[in-house]
Write a protein that binds this ligand. Structure first.
Ligand SMILES: O=P(O)(O)OC[C@H]1O[C@H](O[C@H]2O[C@H](CO)[C@@H](O)[C@H](O)[C@H]2O)[C@H](O)[C@@H](O)[C@@H]1O
Length: 248
């Protein structure tokens, strides 16, 4: 007995019988619980160990797919291994982004910095292909919502809005996690993909994947994923069940 919902467990059993496989997961809210300080969001106990088991499985690729830049994801998570690292919501796929994007992003920083500075507790995060306005630590929740509304109105049509949990990002590329996952699965010739995610941008991945894939929403909220677990402990249980099934 895995303790997982029976339909999810059955889907994982069917998934485990196929090869090659892609096991992909979002980071924040799935492998690490959410914290006020993004740099404090380290993996939950057991995550590094189960990922190490999964990468050892035969013809299984493990991908970490995040809104974070890859460099930040590597540093913050402390994870290392032969993973595929997909950062910046899919914009960082083959390696670091070019400098041209940085110039557009820096113009955005100049525009947003004074707007964010007016709201106590709000923070601007400068990422490889986007600027994120974080409001999780803002005590005045009305001011937090108003700030995100204002940022939304500042986004011109050349930018892609990436809403998330207490964050709104303006991205200078239109990359998304769904397109990135399809590209990766195609490259690998994957027979099936598992994807776990908790936030709005993970819905692109849930929608992009197909009937033979296993999509799992972590936590509450509307979703296009077929399965759900309640929290990071549930996500870890999924990965541990997979590692057992893959005999890793
Ligand atoms: O795609 P993900 O791996 O889920 O990354 C999404 C964003 O995660 C980070 O922000 C979120 O987590 C923070 C740490 O727990 C939290 O403080 C913040 O409120 C959340 O929105 C990260 O800082 C962003 O760059 C990512 O895009």
């Amino acid at each position: 007995m895995s303790g997982l919902p029976p339909d999810l467990d059955a889907a994982l059993v069917a998934f485990g019988s196929r090869r090659p496989l892609l096991v992909a997961s979002d980071y924040d809210g799935v492998l690490a619980r959410l914290r006020d300080d993004p740099s404090a969001a380290v993996p939950e106990a057991g995550v590094a160990e189960v990922l190490a088991r999964l990468v050892d499985a035969d013809r299984v690729t493990v991908a970490l797919v995040s809104g974070r830049g890859v460099a930040d994801l590597r540093t913050t998570s402390g994870l290392s291994g032969p993973f595929r690292w997909v950062g910046s919501h899919g914009a960082e796929f083959d390696g670091p982004l070019t400098g041209e994007l940085a110039a557009r992003r820096d113009a955005l920083v100049t525009q947003l910095a004074p707007v964010v500075a007016r709201v106590a507790g709000a923070r601007l995060e400068v990422k490889p292909a986007s600027v994120a306005v974080h409001v999780r630590p803002v005590p005045d929740r009305v001011a937090a919502a108003a700030l995100l509304d204002e940022v939304r109105t500042l986004a011109d049509s050349s930018l892609t809005m990436k809403p998330g949990k207490d964050v709104l990002e303006l991205a200078v590329t239109d990359a998304d996690k769904g397109s990135a996952l399809l590209r990766l699965a195609g490259e690998l010739g994957a027979a099936a993909t598992v994807y776990l995610g908790d936030d709005v941008t993970d819905e692109d991945a849930f929608r992009a994947l197909g009937a033979s894939d296993v999509t799992i929403k972590v936590g509450d909220g509307e979703t296009d994923a077929r399965h759900r677990v309640p929290d990071t402990a549930g996500a870890l249980a999924v990965l541990e069940r997979l590692a057992d099934l893959l005999d890793a």
